[in-house]
Design a protein. Structure first.
Length: 151
């Protein structure tokens, strides 16, 4: 391994140690540093071997965090993970981080909080706004109507 690659590996390890990263993010950063092709793949392989880079761990952490902290739904989380280059098995594992009971309870909580902020008299308009809000958060249509129907 050349000095340039050792330096890139050291920088990439610090980059990954700071926060969970995907291979795509590391590849882009290596490209910015002028490390391309097989050299970049060698650095990424070494990061995986040293457990600095683990896409399953990233996906689980990302999904759990976005659900708990931001109240995102499965659709939005899945879309953002796919944009970051996560797919297949890792995507499925990330979705398993969200418990079905917590999922529905979180949606219920979000809609209750949103309803309190709405100042409209027409119940149809309120329901439309709640549905749009829940869809923008990434929740599934059938679940939204189930939760709204239970109120």
């Amino acid at each position: 391994m050349t000095d340039l690659l050792k330096d890139a590996l050291r920088k990439a390890a610090m980059f990954c140690a700071y926060q969970e990263r995907t291979q795509q993010e590391v590849r882009e950063r290596l490209k910015d540093w002028g490390v391309l092709g097989d050299d970049a793949e060698e650095v990424i392989a070494e990061l995986i071997q040293q457990n600095y880079l683990n896409e399953e761990r990233f996906a689980k952490s990302f999904a759990g965090g976005k659900f708990r902290v931001k109240g995102w739904g499965r659709r939005k989380i899945k879309q953002h993970l796919q944009q970051r280059g996560i797919s297949g098995y890792n995507l499925d594992q990330a979705m398993k981080e969200i418990a079905p009971d917590d999922y529905q309870a979180t949606l219920q909580e979000l809609l209750t909080k949103k309803r309190q902020s709405l100042r409209d008299e027409n119940p149809l308009v309120i329901k439309q706004k709640l549905v749009r809000y829940a869809l923008s958060k990434g929740y599934e249509t059938d679940l939204i109507f189930t939760v709204l129907g239970n109120e």
